[in-house]
Design a protein around this ligand. Sequence first.
Ligand SMILES: [Zn+2]
Length: 294
Amino acid sequence: MTLKYKTKAFVFRKNNINESDRVFSVFSDDFGRLDIFAKAIRKNASKLRSGIDIFFMSEIEFIQGRNKKTLTDAVVIDKFNNLYQDLEKFKIASRIGEILDNFIKGEEKDEDIFNLINEIFYKLNDQDLKIKKDALIYYYFLWNALSLLGYHLEVQKCASCHEKLNPYNIYNFCPTGQPVASQQASGGNYINPAISLRSLEATFNLRETAQESQSDGDFYFSSKEGGIICGNCANIKKTEGPEPCRRINSDIVKILRIILSKDWQTMSKLKIEPYSKRLLEDISENVIHTFCPS
Ligand SMILES: [Zn+2]
């Protein structure tokens, strides 16, 4: 007897094979990743083709054969149409698809990952979401997906010495108005008077100029060390380890905390200046490179 299954699934990859067939890689509600063979789907007469395509959420039916799963029915739940009309959105969707393809290899139900995919694609498809926020949504997906997949990256404490990192109030003020380093809170961070007043601003206000963001705080990032590390530890690692620690700024510490707390409301108000954005891109690439199983 052939077993037939039905599940809700998000399509993150499609591969053409043979003359008219296709293999869809999907993340499904009930089974996690599935690679499903769709016979003759590229023929005009195929009744399956309108129900499934890249970045669709569909209800699919398939049969489990000896060597492969074969698609027998597909009904669209959401096509996320706006992704097809906006090249930037489509590029981000493709990057997210690559992450899913590279990090999720086996069949394993994971409701949290399924919900994250759902959340991300409804947000990305939202027409009110502007280009700059589109880019942030990729990082929001990446860091949260890695965390759900078990790659824990420390952003609250130094991943090496476990001292609390404090990017918000690195400074205390004495009555003369001169900033004084709070050694306990800063864990030895250096003083930069130019940004002392800004450190008292609302927590989601990030640095606005490149000069500020480049000289702000003494924080480093190392995937191999397991997250953010303090300046003292980074100095020791420099002479010890082959893996260099990437210097970051307090904006990155804040952004990663906002992302990992899944605080989309704050996230959607963020204005990130280009230097910090490049840093975020750098360390995200580093994380992918370090942990990617393939
Ligand atoms: Zn440390």
